[in-house]
Design a protein around this ligand. Structure first.
Ligand SMILES: [Zn+2]
Length: 725
């Protein structure tokens, strides 16, 4: 399971967000309608002089002229973009002609082009190559865009026009993509509250604003508390178990004081290796009790956020926030998501109990939460005699990348060819992606593999430019992948762990979802879909990475060229299901906390006074043993209280149903490149964006709904099927 996101840095997400109504109360007849006060914005021609965002990008593939873009270009270009979006929306609202698909739905889809152009670059650079000026501007820009979006959503004239077109829908003779655009445009308005009575809209708008500030505060508290925690060790005898590299990294000043912070990679490394049980306990508590009390207490904020979300859902006519969020997701209801989690949890808990017993046999005493990482590693070394580092010489970055490309070339009949195009950083590589059948250019793929100070952690896919085909103009996407591999010393090969290889395949899977799209409209082209679906095209590609047939192509020793020995692959595969009881339980525990916070009715939420007690009740209800710490707790669960995953953290596991079941189809056919299956996978998953509801897209590929058995098998929770010939 990967925690990386398919970030949509590009335009589509902003098409609605960006557009805005510039109308004032005096202009509009709908006196009772909610007015979202929009600030007056001024930007002069002089401020835009020589601004690269105001020019056509005529270089190869229309790539942004990165070398010419400076920090001071962003703000005026964004402000001008907002003004132009407002004007476009105003024209639409002022139109006295009968609403048509062309003058309303298409006009909305087209709006915001100049804003999207600058935001595509701004959003991406803020993740991949940020600086103080960009960070400061983020705090100003995003709340501004939220307000602009609300002004569009709650504009009654605009919504009336959209509704009129929808009602005429069947008589318009629209083709499938046009009809879907109409349907989704209307649905997005309604789901954001456009159909509510004006006084209800007023309350929703107030809640939106309040939530925006509370969630920001939650994130800032967490950052403060995370940075504040430091475990200082001055006695080197207490660092037993840590490698020399790791120890050196903890003593960056070289003054023999070792400082252990709450960075996830440091946390995991220390909890796994450190022999000192008391230090492990201190770090464990430091990690899980962050923002738990005192000045930066996130518990009270979480309650308030849950209450406001419940109230907003009630205003919108839903039982709970989770019911509202999941309505268009694959799971459809929180009850279905809960049922699924419970089904995987059961064998997970049973396996975790076995794992605990194994560790206690080795340790000779009862295991506690701060012991699990440490003793599970000891059991692993004991049982599998396998160290992931043995694999590294066989996973050289260039070969692994080519291996992933070759899988895609064979599955989808495409070619990726290296081209010389300047990116945002000298280490960025660019590839022209072509369809072999038609020789058509599909898009430009740019990859940025190595970590640096200016890049945020993790791995992700995004786009600088979405694909579209409107008004006779075909624009193909500019898609990127980012990773955070440590760059090798000069002249040395970049050797990867197998986890990094899987991440590379995963992000490339998201990339293909963006590149292969045949959807004309940015608002549902490419990686469209809720998280419980959109992780599928990424996660499914990971399966090819460990197939012997594929490994034989790319996993070669970086010095001798020898193909990875089968014995090593076997060891790797045998160890793959190790500790899955723990991993499954810690993940599902966090997912349950998320769903239960967001399944509260407004009335129930109002009664909650103690966040920790609420959370403990949930864990108890599902028999989560105390020794297994949930992956996240309420006070440091950014995904759901300061990110886009509220009521959606279950999605990674849900998407695993699809990738396990989907890849199983290839395995059962006896050909991992089965032409019939790969053609369907290409057409219905990678090309179709949000053309149909996601469960239908999946069925069209697979021929049936997904079954859960392949997932259970992959996690080692069910008997393996008979070996294939
Ligand atoms: Zn992903």
């Amino acid at each position: 399971m990967k925690m990386s996101e398919a970030l949509k840095g590009g335009a589509a997400a902003l098409v609605l967000a960006a557009a805005a109504c510039g109308g004032t109360a005096a202009d509009k007849p709908a006196a009772s309608a909610v007015q979202i006060e929009l600030p007056e914005i001024t930007v002069t021609d002089a401020e835009l002089e020589g601004n690269p965002f105001r020019a056509d990008w005529t270089g190869p593939y229309g790539v942004p002229p990165f070398a010419d873009i400076r920090n001071e270009h962003f703000r005026p270009a964004i402000l001008k973009g907002i003004l132009e979006s407002r004007a476009e929306i105003q024209t639409l609202v002022d139109n006295t002609e009968e609403p048509t698909f062309e003058n309303t739905i298409l006009a909305l889809e087209r709006s915001g082009a100049s804003l999207n152009k600058v935001m595509g670059v701004f959003g991406n650079l803020s993740s991949t190559d940020t600086n103080e000026a960009i960070q400061a501007l983020e705090g100003e820009v995003y709340p501004m865009l939220t307000r602009e979006r609300d002004a569009v959503t709650f504009n009654p004239v605009l919504f009336a026009r959209v509704k009129a077109v929808l009602e005429a829908g069947d008589r318009l003779g629209l083709d499938e993509q046009d009809a879907r655009l109409l349907e989704l445009t209307h649905r997005n308005f309604v789901r954001a509250g456009a159909a509510l009575a004006p006084d209800v809209q007023a309350e929703v708008a107030t809640i939106n604003e309040e939530l925006s500030s509370l969630t920001t505060q939650y994130g800032q508290n967490l950052l403060t508390e995370t940075k504040a925690f430091k475990l200082e060790v001055s006695d080197p005898a207490r660092l037993g178990g840590l490698s020399e590299d790791f120890r050196n990294a903890l003593d960056s000043d070289g003054n023999n004081t070792w400082v252990i912070g709450l960075d996830r990679s440091v946390y995991e490394g220390f909890m796994t290796s450190a022999e000192d049980r008391d230090l492990r306990k201190q770090l464990f508590d430091g990690y899980r009790l962050r923002a738990d009390s005192g000045e930066f207490d996130n518990g009270a904020l979480a309650i308030k956020i849950a209450q406001l979300r419940a109230r907003r859902a009630e205003l919108m006519g839903y039982k709970s926030h989770a019911h509202h969020v999941l309505e268009n997701r694959m799971a459809k209801t929180p009850e279905a998501a809960l049922g699924f989690l419970a089904r995987v949890l059961e064998p997970g808990l049973a396996r975790a109990a076995e794992e605990k017993a194994d560790m206690e046999k080795l340790a000779g005493f009862p295991i506690e939460g701060h012991d699990w990482w440490h003793f599970s590693e000891k059991v692993r070394a004991d049982r599998y005699a396998f160290d992931e580092n043995q694999l590294r010489p066989y996973f050289e970055l260039g070969r692994a990348r080519d291996g992933a490309f070759e899988v895609a070339e064979r599955l989808f009949n495409i070619t990726l060819e290296r081209v010389d195009v300047a990116g945002w950083h000298p280490s960025v590589e660019a590839y022209d992606v072509k369809d072999n059948a038609t020789d058509e250019h599909l898009g430009l793929f740019m990859i940025d593999i190595f970590s640096r100070e200016s890049k945020r952690g993790g791995a992700w896919m995004s786009g600088y430019r979405d694909s579209s085909a409107m008004d006779g103009r075909v624009i193909r996407p500019l898609i990127t992948n980012n990773m955070n591999m440590v760059a090798p010393a000069s002249g040395q090969p970049a050797l990867m762990s197998f986890t990094e290889v899987e991440t590379l395949f995963h992000e490339f899977g998201h990339g293909l979802h963006g590149l292969l799209t045949t959807i004309r409209y940015p608002s549902f082209a490419g990686t469209y879909g809720g998280p419980d679906y959109v992780e599928f095209p990424a996660q499914v590609l990971e399966h090819w990475a460990s197939e012997p047939q594929v490994l034989a192509e790319y996993a070669r020793h970086n010095v001798t060229g020898e193909v990875i020995p089968q014995a090593l692959i076997d060891k790797m595969n045998n160890a793959a299901t190790f500790n899955q009881g723990f991993k499954t339980t810690e993940y599902i525990a966090a997912s349950l906390i998320d769903l239960h916070w967001h399944m509260l009715s407004s009335e129930e939420a109002a009664k909650i006074t103690d966040a920790r007690a609420f959370e403990l009740d949930v864990l108890k209800k599902y028999n989560i043993p105390e020794v297994i710490e949930p992956r996240y707790r309420t006070t440091y669960f950014s995904h759901i209280f300061d990110g886009g995953y509220s009521a959606g953290y279950y999605a990674y596991l849900w998407a695993e149903i699809l990738d396990a079941d989907g890849f199983d189809a290839f395995k059962q056919s006896g050909d991992i490149y089965n032409p019939e299956l790969s053609a369907k996978l290409k057409k219905w998953v990678y090309e179709s964006g949000g053309l149909r509801e996601t469960d239908e897209l999946y069925r069209n590929f697979r021929g049936s709904d997904p079954g859960i058995e392949p997932l259970l098998r992959n996690r080692g929770f069910a008997a393996k099927p008979p070996a294939e010939g």
